[in-house]
Design a protein around this ligand. Sequence first.
Ligand SMILES: N[C@@H](CCC(=O)N[C@@H](CS)C(=O)NCC(=O)O)C(=O)O
Length: 214
Amino acid sequence: MAKPVLYSYWRSSCAWRVRIALNLKEIPYDIKAVSLIKGGGEQHCNEYREVNPMEQVPSLCIDGHTFVESLSIMHYLEETRPQRPLMPQDCFKRAKVREICEVIASGIQPLQNLVVLIHVGEEKKKEWAQKWITRGFRAVEKLLSASAGKYCVGDEITLADCCLVPQVFNARRFHVDLRPFPIILRIDRELENHPAFRAAHPSAQPDCPPEVAK
Ligand SMILES: N[C@@H](CCC(=O)N[C@@H](CS)C(=O)NCC(=O)O)C(=O)O
C-alpha cells in the first residue's frame, strides 16, 4: 500500500492537527507542500481544487482515497488505525472531546483563517483575530475546567489536544493575551515537548522558511 500523502502548509493549524494525529499513531507519511501565499496561494490552482474543492489544506491521500477536512480525516484515522486511540472509550468523554474540537474547528479557526483575514484587511486583521480567538478561548477554558486532567479530557491525549495546541500557536501569532486561560496554557506546556507534537510543529516542517526553522 502506498505511503499516505498529506497536503500541508507549515503554518496551517488545520494541517498541523492531522500531522499530530499521524505522528501519535506512528503512521509514516509524505508531505506535499501547498504554499498558501506563493503567487496568491497554490490552494487556489486548478490542480489542487481537484484535490480539495474548498481550496484549503489539509487533504490526505490514504488507502487509495483522498480525504479533506481535518476533523473528518482524524476520525477516519481513528476508525481505521485503532493503535494509540485518540478518542476515549467512554461516551460522555467522547462527547466532551468532540465539543472542544468543534469549538476550535468551527467556532475559532474559521474566523481567523487566511481567506477571512485577507477580506478583513491588513490594518484590522490583528484586532479581528484577537477578538474571535479570545471569545472562543473563553469557551474552551470553561469547558476544560470541567473536563481536563493532564490533557483536555482526562489524562489521555485525544483529538481535542490535537486541535488545541495549533490554536494556541495561532493565538500567540496574533498576540492574544493568554493570561486569562491558565488551563489552556498548562495543557499547551504539557504537550510542547511531546515527540509527536514537536515533529508536527511548523518549525519542523520541510516547507518552513529557513529563517523561521530552528
Ligand atoms: N475546516 C477545514 C478548514 C481548513 C482551513 O481553513 N485551512 C486553512 C489553513 S489552516 C487554509 O487552507 N486556508 C487557505 C485560505 O484561506 O485560502 C479543516 O478543518 O480542514
